[in-house]
Design a protein around this ligand. Structure first.
Ligand SMILES: [Zn+2]
Length: 336
C-alpha cells in the first residue's frame, strides 16, 4: 500500500467514525423524565419516610436564600453554609429562583418553588441517602450547587451567563471547577442522579477510572430501590448495546477496563457508557456490585484498572468466556 493511499484510508476511517458518533448522539432518545420509577407527576414516586427537607430547607424564592426564618434549622445557621449562600447569592439571577439547602448540596432552580423542593427531597436526598448507604462514607469536600434549569433555553442561557460555558450535552453536566452540577431538568431526573455519583466518587475514590465512574453513574439514570438499597433498572442505553453485541462490536472487558480517562471519553466506539453500565447492572443483579466497589477501592493501587478485581469478584479467570455469558444476559434484557 502506498503512503498516500494509507493516509487516505486513515482519514476516511476517522471521518466515518466521526459521522457515526454524531449519528449516535443525534438519535440518543430523551432520557426518562424522572430518576425514580419513571414519573415525577406521581406524588408518591420516590417519597420515602424520613424526608425532612421542610426543616432543612431555606426557602429562598426570589430572595436568594433569605427565606422565612422559621424554616431555617441548624444547617441554615451553619456558618459554612451561610458563607456559601452569601457567595451563591451573587450568582443567582434576580427573578424566579428557589434555593433549597439539601446537604451536602444546595439546590437552585427556576421551576415552581414546590417542584424545586420536591426535586431536592425526592431525587437529591433520596439518591444521596441510598448511595451513601451502599458506597460512600465521605461527603464531597465542599458544598456543591445543583442548578436545575427548567428548560433548554434557561439551561443554555444560564450556563453561559453564570459559568461562561456552552454545554456539550443537552442533559446536564458536573463541573468540578465550578463545584456545580448544571442540569436541564426538563430532560428528567435520571441525569441528575447520574451526576450526583461523580462528586461522591471524587471524594471517596478519586483514583476510580472513568469506565467505572461512568458505569456506576449511568446505572442510576433509571433508579429505584429494592430491599432498602438503590438499584438501577434497564434504560434507553440497552437497545444500542444489544445492537452492538449482535454486530460483535463490543470491545473486550480487558480493553474497557484499560481505557484511560481520555480514551474513555474521546475514543468511545459508541458503547463505552452502555458496556460499563450493563456490567454494573450484571454485578448488581448477581449481588456483587457493592462488593466490587469496596474491593476495587481497597486494592486499586495494586489493580488500577479494576480488571483483576473483576476476575476475583466474578470468580472467573477467563473474562473472554465471561463476556459471552454477559452478552447473552444483556440480550435477554428488555426495556421498557
Ligand atoms: Zn457521568
Amino acid at each position: 500500500m502506498t503512503y498516500r493511499r494509507a493516509i487516505f484510508i486513515a482519514v476516511a476511517a476517522i471521518c466515518t467514525a466521526a459521522v457515526a458518533v454524531a449519528w449516535i448522539k443525534s438519535v440518543r432518545p430523551p432520557e426518562p423524565r424522572a430518576a425514580c420509577r419513571g414519573d415525577f407527576s406521581s406524588p408518591t414516586a420516590c417519597n420515602f419516610p424520613g424526608d425532612n427537607v421542610g426543616q432543612a430547607a431555606l426557602d429562598g424564592t426570589n430572595d436568594h436564600g433569605g427565606g422565612s426564618p422559621n424554616r431555617r434549622d441548624s444547617v441554615g445557621h451553619d456558618p459554612t453554609y451561610a458563607r456559601h449562600l452569601a457567595e451563591l447569592k451573587k450568582k443567582i439571577p434576580p427573578e424566579g429562583f428557589t434555593v433549597v439547602v439539601q446537604p451536602p448540596f444546595v439546590v437552585i432552580g427556576d421551576e415552581s418553588p414546590e417542584m424545586v423542593h420536591r426535586r431536592a427531597t425526592e431525587t437529591v436526598q433520596w439518591a444521596v441517602d441510598l448511595l451513601k448507604k451502599s458506597y460512600f462514607k465521605k461527603d464531597p469536600d465542599e458544598i456543591l450547587d445543583i442548578w436545575l434549569f427548567k428548560d433548554k433555553a434557561s439551561y443554555e442561557r444560564h450556563a453561559r451567563s453564570i459559568f461562561g460555558t456552552r454545554p456539550s450535552t443537552p442533559y446536564g453536566y458536573y463541573s468540578a471547577a465550578d463545584r456545580a452540577l448544571v442540569m436541564n431538568i426538563a430532560t428528567g431526573g435520571g441525569t441528575l442522579v447520574h451526576e450526583i455519583v461523580h462528586p461522591f466518587m471524587r471524594s471517596n475514590f478519586p483514583e476510580c477510572p472513568a469506565w467505572f465512574n461512568e458505569g456506576l453513574g449511568s446505572l442510576y439514570e433509571q433508579a429505584s430501590q429494592r430491599g432498602g438499597r438503590i438499584v438501577g433498572l434497564t434504560n434507553w442505553r440497552l437497545a444500542g448495546l444489544q445492537e452492538a453485541i449482535r454486530r460483535k462490536r463490543v470491545p473486550s472487558f480487558k480493553t474497557l477496563c484499560s481505557t484511560s480517562t481520555r480514551q474513555f471519553y474521546d475514543e468511545d466506539p459508541g458503547t463505552n457508557y452502555a458496556q460499563a453500565r450493563y456490567l454494573c447492572y450484571y454485578l448488581q443483579e448477581k449481588g456483587l456490585l457493592e462488593t466490587f466497589y469496596h474491593r476495587f477501592r481497597r486494592q486499586h493501587a495494586a489493580d488500577p484498572t479494576g480488571y483483576r478485581t473483576l476476575q476475583e469478584v466474578l470468580d472467573r479467570d477467563d473474562l473472554e468466556a465471561f463476556q459471552k455469558d454477559w452478552e447473552a444476559f444483556v440480550l435477554g434484557l428488555r426495556f421498557p
